[in-house]
Design a protein around this ligand. Structure first.
Ligand SMILES: NC(=O)c1ccc[n+]([C@@H]2O[C@H](COP(=O)([O-])OP(=O)(O)OC[C@H]3O[C@@H](n4cnc5c(N)ncnc54)[C@H](O)[C@@H]3O)[C@@H](O)[C@H]2O)c1
Length: 441
């Protein structure tokens, strides 16, 4: 294919050189003449393992050429990768100045050009940027419509500096966000030989995945470092501790707990996190990330209360009460906290939880619920009654029984506050969605 790469920094230089090495005809563009000169001479502009050899080979092949501005050569390409920088502005926002400028230049270049290039945004940008900022600039400057005169998609780049050539050929996955099929097919064909899953999604989802991945990596580093800092003062080898933590592939290094839903609770997580923070405080170790976890969790319960209140009705049905399905442990259950808050504000609650029977509660569990919701016996009922009563229904866990009951419910104007993910794509929530005035979470 004929491919242009705009922006020849870490991402663009590696992309251009690897694509040329793969046999494509590549035209690279950068405002920085010194990068253009180096690459033209077959020299890598950055220090990256293996890049110098690849650059020299690609330059010698004659498939690689460079310029310092977008021109007619770009407009005849099948694909145009945009890899310009999106550095932080003083307020933390990503500066989109370079992306906007390139969109303007590409649009102008496309105005009178033949062909139907697919423009692939690889710069990291906030969700919505490709569709609501870049697309209008391209359409105005080119006088063409997306999907008629050009294709447009977002493909996040996952390479890491230091191992970027290896990462380019071994990405964790290839993700493309697009509104239409053609750009997806073109990118799929281009990267078909990579040993990675190819996933098509919406453009904002793809944009968000990149930010989420980097935030997750930063959280992982900080988590390990906070364990290490605390371990040191306690005489514990934090590195060995984290090695052991990472050996649990079922709960720790896995997809467990990594799905947006409701707050955590129960008799262990809140208690042991508090204990860890207490140890840190007693030993003058600051653990701001761990400290923020409890705050984040409380905010999430407040958020659920806000969603319930937003619908105006005081008749609330709650499905689930214990801290997770299949247990009757109510201690520090976030659903109990939510119920307690709503009851305190005068909401009329009916609650269903198949695992919770007042007669069977005992010990600390019984004492806890007697203190938080003393009249639980009067509001604990069965599933049909909860659905009948609630004009707002809080769904705390999902099961086929719950989905079926919601789809049969009497009050079709009701709202569902979905804390359990019943509205996810893989669950049979279509009937629920049709039956209710809205599902929010
Ligand atoms: N560096 C990484 O490891 C990495 C990994 C994944 C994604 N990203 C993202 O990819 C994007 C590029 O990152 P980078 O590290 O390669 O940036 P970089 O700063 O190294 O390179 C950006 C290049 O774009 C050029 N440029 C700016 N405006 C231009 C224009 N109008 N026309 C032509 N060239 C122009 C600059 O001269 C520069 O050479 C960023 O959004 C970044 O967040 C970076």
């Amino acid at each position: 294919m004929k491919i242009s790469v705009v922006g020849l920094g870490y991402v663009g230089a590696v992309t251009a050189v690897c694509l040329a090495d793969d046999g494509h005809e590549v035209f690279g563009i950068d405002l920085d003449q010194s990068k253009v000169d180096l690459l033209t001479r077959g020299q890598a502009p950055i220090i990256e393992e293996g890049l110098q050899e690849l650059t020299a080979r690609a330059a010698a092949s004659g498939r690689l050429s460079f310029g310092n501005q977008v021109d007619d050569r770009v407009a005849v390409c099948d694909l145009i990768f945009v890899c310009v920088g999106t550095p932080s502005a003083p307020n933390g926002a990503q500066s989109l100045v370079a992306v906007e400028r390139v969109a303007e230049e590409l649009g102008k270049a496309l105005r009178n050009a033949p062909g139907f290039p697919v423009i692939v945004i690889r710069s990291t940008v906030p969700p919505g940027t490709t569709d609501t900022l870049i697309r209008p600039i391209l359409e105005r400057a080119s006088g063409r419509k997306v999907n008629e005169g050009f294709g447009l998609c977002f493909q996040p780049e996952f390479l890491r500096e230091g191992s970027s050539v290896r990462d380019y050929y071994n990405p964790p996955f290839t993700i493309v966000g697009a509104q239409s099929e053609r750009p997806i097919q073109v990118v799929r064909q281009l990267f078909a030989k990579l040993p990675a899953d190819f996933i098509a999604t919406s453009t904002p989802n793809a944009e968000m995945v990149k930010l989420a991945c980097n935030a997750f990596h930063a959280v992982k580093v900080s988590f390990a470092n906070e364990i290490g800092r605390l371990g040191r003062v306690l005489g514990v080898d934090g590195r060995e501790v984290m090695d052991l933590v990472c050996r649990d592939k079922s709960l720790n290094i896995s997809t467990a707990y990594l799905r947006p839903g409701f707050a955590y609770g129960g008799s262990c997580l809140p208690k042991d996190l508090r204990a860890l923070l207490h140890l840190a405080k007693r030993n003058d170790v600051d653990l701001p990330m761990m400290l923020g976890v409890g705050t984040s969790n409380s905010l999430h319960i407040e958020h659920a209360a806000t969603l319930v209140k937003a619908h105006g009705s005081r008749k609330v049905g709650m499905i689930g009460l214990s801290f997770k399905p299949g247990t009757d442990d109510l201690r520090e259950s976030p659903l109990v906290t939510l119920a307690e808050h709503l009851i305190g504000k005068g909401y009329q609650l009916r609650i269903y939880d198949p695992a919770v029977s007042l007669a069977r509660l005992m010990g600390a569990n019984k004492r806890y619920i007697e203190q938080t919701i003393p009249h639980l016996g009067e509001i604990l009922t069965d599933l049909p009654q909860v659905c009948e009563h609630g004009e707002v229904i809080v769904v705390g866990f999902k099961s086929p029984e719950v989905t079926a009951a919601l789809a049969r419910a009497r009050t079709p104007r009701s709202y569902v506050v979905d804390l359990a993910g019943i509205d996810s794509r893989e669950s049979p929530a279509g009937a629920v969605r049709e039956h209710y005035a809205g599902i929010c979470w």
